[in-house]
Design a binder for this molecule. Sequence first.
Ligand SMILES: [Zn+2]
Length: 80
Amino acid sequence: MELFIFWIIFGCMTGFFASMRGRNWFGWGIFGFCLPIVAIPMVFILSKKYENLDDMIKCKSCAEWIKAEANKCKFCRSDV
Ligand SMILES: [Zn+2]
């Protein structure tokens, strides 16, 4: 039963990551259900164009994600 839940989570995760990277979430979701071990790494390998999440930090004042280079938060205008 736990395996089945993990299976669903993997499928949803694959679809979610694919849609975050501007891809077809439904197609990738199905792919994630069928071959989760292959699909998840492929989502990361195939689409590098939104791969800049590492450059993001969380604003201490409003908890929004902003660029690490930023001096001021674009949401609440406080100094970072
Ligand atoms: Zn802020």
